[in-house]
Write a protein that binds this ligand. Structure first.
Ligand SMILES: *[C@@H]1O[C@H](CO)[C@@H](O)[C@H](O)[C@H]1NC(C)=O
Ligand SMILES: *[C@@H]1O[C@H](CO)[C@@H](O)[C@H](O)[C@H]1NC(C)=O
Ligand SMILES: *[C@@H]1O[C@H](CO)[C@@H](O)[C@H](O)[C@H]1NC(C)=O
Ligand SMILES: *[C@@H]1O[C@H](CO)[C@@H](O)[C@H](O)[C@H]1NC(C)=O
Ligand SMILES: *[C@@H]1O[C@H](CO)[C@@H](O)[C@H](O)[C@H]1NC(C)=O
Ligand SMILES: *[C@@H]1O[C@H](CO)[C@@H](O)[C@H](O)[C@H]1NC(C)=O
Ligand SMILES: *[C@@H]1O[C@H](CO)[C@@H](O)[C@H](O)[C@H]1NC(C)=O
Length: 430
């Protein structure tokens, strides 16, 4: 195992020397916030949420200065300190005079607690995974309670699990409005989607329902359930709920589903079984999850996986999860995979990803589909076109290039939202 870790060093060096320049490995050409590409990306997630009230800018840039490459616990501590300070500001009684103050501070505190949690998932016994999540949830709830139309948490029963959702209506009145169902992917929370697409959707007159199913933050913590490939088991109960319990507010002829990141697979899979959806948006197109995941791990580990030696592969991967000198993207990605699939064997996790593929269902998708293709997407390069070709004439691909070309348009949420809503406007005749 030691020799394996040693042999990873050239990969670490290659990753470091490529940083800060445009390359095909997941970095759009923009000023990096860290010499660690994983940490730089994650800082940009938070910075990008600032334009829709999820964070302030200087605190993120200040955090960037304090965080050193590969130091996951340092990243967590830095954001915990920032989150605690922001929470204290939110609790200051002089803050409460004005609902804008209340929601700005609580939403930022919530975002910083989510960041504090992000790199902790390699150790499931770490109690901070739960305490930081309780903090982010409570802070977010204080924020949505202070909205002009307060957001509301909703639990929706599925066959043998419960979906955790949040309903954001555009109006206090019962008028039918176009409605967006938004689901995240491998790691981010529905609360992150609020500061990515819900704020600009509400501003344009769409109701939104964000949700989390098995594998996603609140369902993993609350129900200990990992991802399932049959995502229609999640989306169909949501559509049922919207068209019954929320029917007075939902325009059933303008009901769209958006899947974000790995959610691009999940939403497409669900759409193949859910004809009541009027439109589907995939950011991005995920044809085959396995081929995206396997490329994230160092070449020698890929070889070990394909050799089929499960015990050797598991030992090698478990050995790098807590090694600060191993490449962060692989280290985080594998730890997050075990956590979100609720598996203890890395070999079983990689194998499980093979079930997340669209080849058998894509041709069943019958409604208009918009697919983002991101020039610098290091996870699923080229897959958007394959998904579009399989869906056929209902699909359009939008190319995001240059600084907006990161996976999920991280850091370019304005370009993402104006593109998404322009297409929805045309497609749903709003
Ligand atoms: C990145 O590395 C360079 C060269 O080692 C160093 O000068 C710079 O301060 C580092 N930047 C960050 C954000 O750590
Ligand atoms: C990681 O950051 C923490 C600060 O939060 C620091 O105490 C620790 O020494 C750092 N670890 C390394 C290996 O630099
Ligand atoms: C995981 O976290 C628990 C609880 O904090 C701790 O006792 C244990 O040592 C940690 N394990 C590792 C491998 O760091
Ligand atoms: C939930 O239902 C699925 C599909 O019917 C089944 O495969 C799975 O084993 C069930 N899980 C539990 C915990 O009952
Ligand atoms: C798997 O790898 C281990 C450790 O390198 C080795 O001892 C074992 O013989 C291998 N098993 C097979 C079936 O190749
Ligand atoms: C790999 O996953 C498939 C399901 O995708 C399962 O049928 C198979 O048993 C798994 N193989 C191993 C070796 O775990
Ligand atoms: C979008 O990018 C792909 C390559 O990623 C290219 O093949 C295609 O022609 C581009 N489409 C447009 C409309 O520029």
């Amino acid at each position: 195992m030691l020799s394996l870790i040693h042999s990873l060093c050239p990969t670490v060096l290659a990753a470091v020397t490529l940083l800060g320049v445009a390359n095909a490995q997941g970095q759009a050409p923009l000023l990096p916030l860290s010499n660690d590409s994983s940490i730089s990306f994650e800082l940009l997630v938070s910075l990008g949420e600032a334009i829709y009230g999820g964070a302030d800018i200087a605190p993120i840039l200040g955090a960037a200065l304090d965080i050193t490459p590969g130091n996951f616990s340092g990243f967590s501590n830095t954001f915990r300190i920032l989150a605690d300070a922001t929470k204290a500001a939110a609790q200051d009684p002089t803050n409460a005079y004005d609902l804008i103050n209340v929601r700005d501070t609580w939403f930022s505190a919530s975002d910083y607690y989510r960041r504090a949690d992000f790199y902790l998932h390699s150790n499931w016994s770490d109690p901070l995974i739960y305490t930081y999540w309780q903090e982010q949830t409570a802070a977010f709830d204080n924020g949505i309670a202070a909205l002009p139309v307060p957001g509301k948490r909703i639990q929706i029963s599925a066959d043998n699990f419960t979906i955790e959702a949040i309903w954001f209506a555009t109006s206090l009145e019962d008028t039918k409005k176009p409605t967006l169902i938004l689901g995240t992917g491998y790691d981010n929370a529905q609360e992150d989607l609020y500061h990515t697409l819900v704020v600009p959707a509400l501003a344009r007159g769409y109701n939104c329902l964000t949700y989390e199913g098995p594998g996603q933050p609140s369902v993993v913590r609350g129900q200990h359930l990992g991802f399932i490939p049959e995502w229609e088991r999640v989306v169909t109960p949501i559509v049922d709920y919207l068209l019954t319990d929320l029917a007075p507010q939902v325009d059933a002829s303008r009901l769209a589903l958006l899947g974000y990141s790995f959610g691009g697979y999940l939403a497409a899979r669900a759409a193949a079984f859910e004809p009541r959806l009027s439109a589907v948006l995939l950011d991005g197109g995920v044809w085959d999850f396995y081929s995206g995941i396997i490329k994230q791990i160092p070449a020698n580990l890929q070889d070990l996986y394909t050799s089929g030696n499960k015990s050797a592969f598991d030992a090698a991967v478990l050995g790098i999860l807590n090694d600060d000198t191993a490449p962060s993207t692989a280290r985080w990605g594998l730890a997050q995979g075990l956590w979100s699939f609720q598996l203890t064997s890395p070999y079983d996790f990689i194998n499980a990803t093979k079930a997340y593929a669209l080849k058998d269902v894509a041709s069943q998708i019958q409604m208009p589909v918009w697919i983002a293709n991101s020039e610098y997407d290091g996870y699923f390069p080229g897959q958007a076109q394959v998904v579009a070709a399989a869906i056929g004439e209902n699909a359009v691909v939008h190319n995001f290039t240059g600084v907006a070309g990161n996976h999920c348009q991280i850091g370019a949420n304005q370009e993402l939202s104006r593109t998404v809503f322009a297409w929805l406007h045309q497609t749903l005749n709003n």
